[in-house]
Design a protein. Structure first.
Length: 277
């Protein structure tokens, strides 16, 4: 032990292992194994190739992704499990920045948050947003409802323009899959409310308003986008996910998109954001 520069206990362990396994106990266990640095260099090369050269019918679905979403795609579509920070370092070397900026807003004007409802179904926020969802230069509108208590999308439907059909079908998806809510909180769009002033003293309803009243659901308008900020933030989130998913899944039509929005997309978000509600 003195000559080897180790403790007596180390010598005893070595002798015991020698009796059990022979000469191989004196060979270091890492002999012949690849260094971890070589493994991560190879992994970085693979991820870089995926990010730069993935091409599906002339489209690269990763040209405008967030670090989190790209990490999820690596695991789901390429069976590569890495951390978000590892991906972030690689993309930074490629001069790619996340489209969602986390800037310091210390000196900005803050809006007071309205407390969330305590239970699912007490209130849903309604809105529609236009975007180039298929990454083909044409804009379409997704109309939808988001639960106020959880932020979970309870009904989504895509149309060419924002219209009664879109909100009606989104409402149908919500009622059949999640149930009828107690109240709906939309903006003052003409689909929801009659905005012309009338002097007859009667209550005038739109077609959508009549349907909502027949269902026994209360509906009242938001007076600003900030008032229904939860669904506004939801749109920002899916604009950096849904177009890429459409490309990866080969979804090219409104019909295919609506099937995906109804059957798969909410559950997919549930596993990422909502802790399996």
């Amino acid at each position: 032990a003195i000559k080897a520069g180790v403790t007596r206990r180390t010598i005893q362990k070595s002798l015991a292992n020698y009796k059990l396994y022979g000469d191989k106990v004196f060979v270091h266990g890492n002999i012949g194994k690849k260094k971890q640095t070589e493994y991560y260099k190879s992994l970085e090369k693979d991820i870089t190739n995926i990010f730069l050269n993935t091409n599906i019918e002339g489209k690269n679905p990763f040209c405008n992704v967030t670090y989190q979403f790209f990490t999820e795609c690596l695991l789901e579509y390429f069976n590569i499990k890495v951390s978000v920070n590892f991906v972030k370092k690689i993309l930074h070397k490629l001069n790619h920045q996340s489209p969602i900026k986390h800037r310091c807003n210390k000196n900005e004007v803050h809006h007071l948050f309205r407390p969330r409802k305590e239970s699912t179904g007490e209130l849903v926020q309604a809105d529609g947003t236009e975007y180039d969802w298929f990454m083909d230069g044409h804009k379409y509108v997704i109309q939808g409802f988001v639960d106020d208590a959880t932020g979970y999308p309870v009904g989504l439907y895509m149309t060419i323009n924002e219209c009664l059909l879109g909100y009606t079908e989104a409402m149908r998806n919500m009622c059949t899959q999640e149930g009828i809510p107690m109240a709906i909180y939309p903006d003052k769009a003409g689909v929801f409310f009659v905005n012309q002033k009338t002097n007859d003293g009667e209550k005038h309803l739109t077609q959508f308003g009549i349907m909502i009243e027949n269902l026994g659901v209360d509906m009242f308008p938001a007076h600003s986008p900030e008032a229904k900020g939860r669904i506004e933030r939801f749109w920002k989130t899916i604009k950096h996910r849904l177009p890429e998913l459409f490309v990866l899944r080969g979804i090219k039509t409104i019909e295919e998109a609506n099937k995906f929005l109804r059957d798969e997309f909410p559950k997919k978000l549930n596993g990422v954001f909502y802790s399996n509600l």
